[in-house]
Write a protein that binds this ligand. Structure first.
Ligand code: ASE
Length: 298
């Protein structure tokens, strides 16, 4: 048994090196390790993987063995030689052909979000991100942190779809939506474009990108478009009432600080946005998953 002090140091080391774990995952995806092993008829050695990927055999072996420790790959030793194959986790989520593939999100996190997190301390100092200065994009843009180009916008949309393919059903099962025959999933330029008439408006991962002022404007627009008896379904990751958890949601809220002008919110904070916009009967349902649901009626 290690002393509390040693345990604390172990925890500190784990946190300090946490970014390395993310990078191993990102690199293995980017290089196509999981796709190659999925397509191979049998487990492959490091030299064979390196030859097929066009990578160094030394680097590849290190990467593969680290993936084994992380349970992203499994290895068996045959006649003194390690042979690698995918685990359940990597077959399900990291192979491009899988219906539950999460690689677009990982690529987005690696190529965009990760860079923004390098400016976390500055974002905390300022209370807002310095994305325009840091990345050399026009600072008059309100919402540049999510995509710097059309290609990045498409990547972001593919990334959100990856997560939706896992979380969507749980969130949509949180409430009986059969009362709402015509449903509008709000996206695009919703501050400017007219909203179509509908019984229910879904705002999924939208409000967390915006300031309270912008959220109020958007909710007022939705309220005006909404039929009497209709409603709005907000899909977001809910913070605990005291803001001290869940940890993933706290990290998402910091993510909104470094990438957007928004934040994650508590149920009371969503109520404080919905009620002044004219919505009633606000109900919050936690799903136990990443995203929760809030239903309010006009
Ligand atoms: C956004 C979602 C994301 C804006 C920036 C983002 C994600 C990463 N960066 O609306 C996806 C998952 N993370 C969160 C916080 O939902």
């Amino acid at each position: 048994m290690s002393s509390p002090e040693e345990q604390a140091f172990r925890l500190l080391t784990e946190y300090a090196n946490g970014f390395m774990v993310s990078q191993v995952l990102f690199a293995a995806c980017e290089l196509g390790v999981f796709d190659l092993l999925a397509e191979a008829p049998e487990p492959l050695g490091a030299v064979a993987v390196a030859a097929r990927l066009g990578t160094s055999s030394h680097g590849t072996e290190l990467l593969l063995d680290t993936c084994v420790s992380l349970k992203l790959l499994q290895a068996e030793t045959r006649r003194g030689k390690a042979l690698y194959q995918n685990t359940e986790l990597s077959s399900t989520y990291l192979v491009r052909a899988s219906p539950k593939y999460q690689g677009n999100m990982l690529q987005y996190l690696a190529k965009t979000t990760y860079l923004c997190w390098g400016h976390l301390a500055q974002a905390v100092r300022d209370g807002k991100n310095r994305y325009p200065e840091a990345f050399g994009v026009p600072s008059d843009e309100l919402f540049t942190a999510i995509y710097r180009s059309e290609g990045e916008r498409l990547q972001f949309m593919r990334a959100l779809e990856d997560v939706w393919s896992i979380s969507g059903r749980h969130v949509l099962a949180a409430f009986d939506l059969s009362l709402f025959p015509l449903i509008c999933d709000v996206g695009g330029d919703f501050f400017k474009d007219p909203l179509p008439e509908a019984d229910l408006y879904i705002l999924a991962r939208v409000l967390h990108d915006w300031t309270d002022t912008r959220c109020s404007q958007l909710l007022a627009r939705v309220h005006r478009a909404c039929k009497p008896g209709g409603g709005v379904l907000v899909i977001e990751s809910l913070l605990d009432a005291d803001g001290r958890g869940p940890r993933t949601t706290q990290l998402f809220s910091l993510n909104m600080l470094v990438q957007t002008e928004g934040r994650e919110r508590t149920p009371a904070q969503y109520l404080a946005l919905l009620a002044p916009a004219g919505f009633q009967d606000v109900q919050c349902r936690r799903t136990g998953g990443i995203y929760d649901a809030i239903l309010a009626r006009r």
